[in-house]
Design a protein. Structure first.
Length: 252
């Protein structure tokens, strides 16, 4: 059975088995009982994931044609595949589960926000992104690519860039290099007034990242709080902990 690539779904399929094996090896160094693959596509990772022992495995795929293909090529996946849009999907397991995927570039950031919604259940993620996005997620302060994704993800996870994946590893080759990252849930939660305040502050600060913080977030604080010297900085100069600490000073 053949399958067709759907540009509307941002599909680029991994064809290099050495890369697939390397990604699954990075996952297998961790312990977990349940695993969700997001967007298995033509099964480049699925082939290896189905071989993992003592793991309850599920895959979520939007494209019906790919589901038919996977069921024919990998019969073991029967009853393990969920036909759904990951961005609208219900949580697939009751207990904690690891996540893996070669994420469609056009929704990869939205997938991360979905994982943040599920973070109490997802202690581990190994994911492939466009390299620029992977670098953004894992970047540190005082860097032009450090932004909303960096801070929101790193408030809850340690983020490590693992390795590059060249365009030649895919069919069709994308116009960009890809990167694989690992997210591991932090044992100690970042102390913040509330997640809602934290998300609001970070998004507001970076929406006008060239401005001093004082001007970018003026509507979230009283005038006397805004006199603190931290507000002389720009958003990219603040650490995750700086943002979290500032939530306690926000207008209630």
């Amino acid at each position: 059975m053949q399958y067709t690539l759907k540009k509307s779904l941002g599909q680029h399929f991994l064809k290099d088995e050495n890369i697939s094996s390397k990604i699954v090896s990075a996952l297998a160094q961790n312990s977990f009982d349940q695993l969700l693959e997001i967007g298995p596509g033509a099964g480049a990772l699925t082939k290896f994931l189905l071989q993992l022992n003592n793991i309850e495995f599920k895959a979520i795929e939007l494209d019906e044609e790919k589901i038919e293909y996977l069921l024919q090529i990998y019969p073991l996946i029967k009853n393990k595949i969920i036909h759904a849009d990951i961005l609208k999907a219900a949580i697939p397991f009751e207990n904690s589960f690891a996540v893996i995927g070669n994420f469609p570039y056009n929704i990869s950031s939205q997938i991360l926000f979905k994982i943040l919604e599920w973070k109490e259940h997802v202690p581990l993620l190994i994911g492939m992104f466009q390299k620029e996005v992977a670098q953004r997620i894992t970047s540190k302060p005082n860097n032009k690519i450090y932004g909303i994704l960096s801070v929101l993800v790193q408030a809850f996870y340690t983020a490590e860039y693992l390795f590059d994946v060249p365009a030649s590893a895919f069919t069709p080759p994308p116009k960009v290099v890809s990167g694989v990252i690992e997210l591991k849930i932090k044992n100690e939660k970042t102390n913040m007034k509330s997640e809602a305040d934290f998300f609001l502050l970070v998004k507001t600060a970076f929406n006008q990242r060239r401005k001093k913080l004082r001007n970018a977030v003026r509507n979230l604080f009283t005038e006397d709080i805004l006199q603190h010297e931290i507000f002389d900085k720009r958003a990219e100069q603040l650490s995750v902990e700086d943002f979290a600490a500032l939530t306690f000073k926000m207008n209630s």
